[in-house]
Write a protein that binds this ligand. Sequence first.
Ligand code: SF4
Length: 338
Amino acid sequence: MKNIFSVPFHDLETYFIDNGDKAFRATQVYDFLYKKRIFDLDKMTNIPNNTKEKMREDFDFSFIKIIKKQEDTDVKKYLFELTDGNRIESVLMYHDYGISICVSSQVGCNMGCRFCESGRLKKVRNLEPYEIVEQLLLIEKDLGIRITHVVVMGIGEPFDNYDNVIDFTKIITSNKGIDLGIRHITISTCGIVPKIYEFTEDLKGVNLAISLHAPNDTIRNKIMPISLAYKLDDLMTAIKHYIKVTNRRVTFEYVMLSGINDSKACALELAKLLKGLNCYVNLIPYNETENIEFTRSKKVQILAFYDILKKNGIEVTIRREFGGKVDAACGQLRAKSY
Ligand code: SF4
């Protein structure tokens, strides 16, 4: 039985029409669920009883559960338990421009990036769309807020769960429901090239972030196994295609690993690779965890790297550090959940 929060608006319309009901029931149901935040069918006053009975037979209305919350100044990390007992995490962050949530898309991850705590546990399964949607709904309810930006960058590789991530995006951007601006959503990939082409066609306007982390195949092969399947040249061709079709700026995530990818030569090579592209680079000071051998680049090294990119005309920022105290920082999700 499909969970109601997994159903995109147009599929719900089709469901009602196929069942001899009115198409506008979908508008009514979306209005209750996502605008009024009434999740109990009994309280959906203008839906006829026979429609409710049929919906009870056809849809599951269950929720994942918040089982732990950790807080730091501008960040809150939530641990959720899914109905099958698996656990995932989301991180909420307050910025000057709004409130963002970083959601998980899988239980575990098969991509095996060597610096990543989240990827140490192999993928157990994909998340269904409702399990991603409910991360957002439950955190909004818990804090009494409305989230303005979504990044799909938590546990999991979103493009390894492509269809469900697309449905999730359709659900949260529907103007019948949450109505989040498509430009306020960012999907991050470690570089599954064929899916970048699909994504470019399917979700025009959604932002693309690339976990790059190295300026060449030699280093990338050492720290990101996906690079053995998709070469940097092919990845860059797909990214250029995305920029050409969407006219959107791409973000490159680059985690600074001491002695691995943080030399001046790497900075120069990266600048050459990205020259002329509509993009910016986000340098991420690495968050060391006890199970992984990599160490964080020294501050002076990060600043030198930053300067070289800047001088070569590449837009670059050093990521403001969020959540180190609650293990909510990049690459730390799931490190201590069990
Ligand atoms: S960085 Fe992302 S894609 Fe790589 S292992 Fe971690 S969660 Fe998976």
